[in-house]
Design a protein around this ligand. Structure first.
Ligand code: SAH
Ligand code: DHB
Ligand code: MG
Length: 224
């Protein structure tokens, strides 16, 4: 098993159940043209986020890590006309590309791109009482995943779903001796999930066009 068969299967899945979409293709192409790294979620992962949003009847979505707005567009499409998606991005150039892609998708009225370090913009959202969010997607710098998860719990309600990207990291997540800040971020999240009685979670290993990685999906419960 290797990357070429994973790519072929991702293409096959897309052919079967992900129709071509001009706005999503524009978002990827304009991101490449603007020099952004090709680290957005894969099409089938974007669709998973959209399906989760629809299953939740999500009206308010929070994303941490916008890049060019590809995952943003997938999720915002699930919102009703009076819904809102707030997406947090540190890099002003990424945010500008994302705003253009979101406008091109006709979603500007639903999406608020906030520029700054997510630790700071999350704190602002909490003081604005911007929550609760129905769905939260954590996909920014991995060393800060534990902090983003804590803020996400503060901005959630019972039944909210939190999805965290890039939690397997080619399998390095099982390395007890890792000194990689990204791996340590994921492992600290997992220690939190082990003990925190307010969340119920699972984790899926994934292969595909984005390599070998994984997603954690957590549901926030009432405090018991
Ligand atoms: N969710 C996007 C991909 C996000 S890539 C998609 O799937 O389409 C990760 C993004 O997080 C990058 O754009 C990076 O600039 C941003 N990021 C990195 N550190 C950050 C921080 N401290 N605060 C907010 N965003 C950050
Ligand atoms: C990186 C970030 C991501 O969110 C991702 O899915 C893949 C790679 C990165 O920062 O390298
Ligand atoms: Mg990611």
């Amino acid at each position: 098993m290797n990357q070429s068969i994973w790519n072929a299967v991702d293409e096959y899945i897309a052919d079967v159940m992900i129709p071509p979409d001009a706005a999503l293709e524009h978002a990827l192409a304009s991101s490449v043209a603007a020099g952004l790294p090709a680290i957005s979620v894969a099409p089938n992962q974007g669709k998973l986020l959209q399906l989760i949003a629809r299953m939740l009847n999500a009206r308010r979505i929070l994303e941490i890590g916008t890049l060019g707005g590809y995952s943003t567009i997938w999720m915002a499409r699930a919102l009703p006309t009076d819904g809102q998606l707030i997406t947090l991005e540190y890099d002003a150039h990424h945010a500008a590309v994302a705003r253009e892609n979101i406008a091109h998708a006709g979603l500007s009225a639903l999406v608020d791109v906030r520029v700054g370090r997510a630790i700071e913009t999350l704190s602002m959202l909490a003081s604005e009482q911007a929550g609760p969010f129905d769905l939260i997607f954590i996909d920014a710098d991995k060393a800060n995943i534990p902090a983003y998860f804590e803020w996400s719990l503060n901005l959630a309600r019972e039944g909210s779903v939190i999805v965290v990207d890039n939690v397997i990291r080619d399998g390095h997540v099982v390395d007890n001796d890792s000194t990689d800040a990204n791996v340590l971020g994921v492992r600290r999240l997992n220690e939190e999930l082990r003990t925190n009685r307010r969340v119920d979670a699972t984790c899926l290993q994934t292969v595909g066009s984005k390599g070998y990685d994984g997603l954690t999906i957590a549901r926030v419960m009432a405090v018991v």
